[in-house]
Design a protein around this ligand. Structure first.
Ligand SMILES: [Zn+2]
Length: 321
């Protein structure tokens, strides 16, 4: 595992985007000019301070940006709890979209130092806004409980796509086909041309991990070292688990069904190449009237992560049940 993580970090270094460095440089110049300290000024630290947003010269505090964006998703939420959760969001160095919007995340530590870690990516596809409602609900709920597992929620991985209401990012790349799987160079474009008939919604990019949003997701994997990943989508109405073969816990709201995985997809990158299980939630476009299914699902994930951390002998026993 250590070896794999090292190679991931090398990969990240190799793929460092010169355009992004230039952007960070430009931000640094702006910072110098206006004597404002910004989140991007240092590559070494995390910060919750005010980022520069792409649509104006105004400096908007990250917490405000978070409340503003997450409040727009449909469904119920608690203003106070959301504001409290958003006051804690942070940005990993370099985690910004093509258009320069920060990609922030929320962390909640588990009960012990050894707590397994769950990483949630919501809105990899910008036009799947129901995913944002679930990411928001989990941030809120985590704010009010002391969870067994440590959780990191990235509620909007593709902010440009969200703004433009597109599946892809601003470079028209499907981020869930852009992860640098081993077969990417050989198969990603061929697969796109043949199997998805060059559907522009599924364009994998010209190079693997070419997109800043994909690079940000990889930075989270490198930084947080998750034991389990949840990726939230719409509209296929299923739960798809790429992980060890287990009898899935009962969940009435969505059936369990395997959807397969593709060159450049997160499931192939993390489970098939790194043995970190990935639960893909494919929601219905219409959200349920209450958040109860998401509460139940969060608990189910807790159980799955527990199973994942069992010994092989224990796993075999669960399988028999
Ligand atoms: Zn999707």
């Amino acid at each position: 595992m250590l070896k794999l993580r090292n190679s991931l970090s090398q990969n990240l270094r190799l793929k460092k985007n010169p355009k992004m460095s230039l952007r960070i440089g430009l931000i640094a110049v702006l910072v110098g000019c206006f004597s404002i300290s910004t989140w991007a000024a240092s590559e070494a630290t995390l910060t919750t301070r005010a980022p520069l947003t792409q649509d104006s010269d105004k400096v908007i505090p990250l917490s405000e940006l978070c409340v503003k964006a997450l409040s727009k998703f449909s469904g119920k939420f608690d203003d106070k709890v959301l504001a409290q959760a958003c006051s804690k969001v942070e940005v990993l160095p370099g985690c910004e979209s093509v258009n320069g919007t920060p990609i922030y995340h929320y962390d909640k530590k588990g009960q012990s130092k050894k707590s397994p870690k769950v990483l949630v990516f919501s809105l990899i596809h910008g036009d799947e806004t129901a995913a944002g409602s679930v990411g928001r609900f989990w941030m809120e709920r985590l704010e009010t409980i002391s969870p067994r597992n440590s959780w990191r929620v990235v509620p909007i991985l593709n902010p440009d796509g969200l703004l433009k209401k597109t599946r892809t990012n601003s470079n028209m790349v499907d981020l869930n086909r852009n992860f640098p799987t081993k077969d990417w160079d050989e198969k990603a474009k061929l697969y796109w041309q043949k199997d998805s008939k060059s559907n522009p919604r599924r364009f994998p990019g010209n190079l693997s991990a070419s997109e800043p949003e994909t690079q940000c997701a990889m930075k989270h994997i490198e930084d947080f070292k998750p034991d389990f990943i949840v990726s939230i989508h719409t509209p296929l109405k299923v739960l798809d688990f790429d992980g060890p073969k287990l009898k899935p816990p009962k969940f009435d709201y969505l059936p369990w069904r395997s959807l397969g995985h593709y060159p450049g997809s997160l499931g192939r990158y993390m489970w098939f190449e790194r043995k970190i299980p990935v639960l893909t939630m494919e929601l219905k476009e219409d959200l349920p009237s209450s958040n109860q299914p998401w509460l139940q699902l969060q608990d189910i994930i807790g159980v799955l992560v527990g199973i994942e951390n069992m010994s092989d002998k224990e796993k075999a026993q669960v399988k028999k049940k």
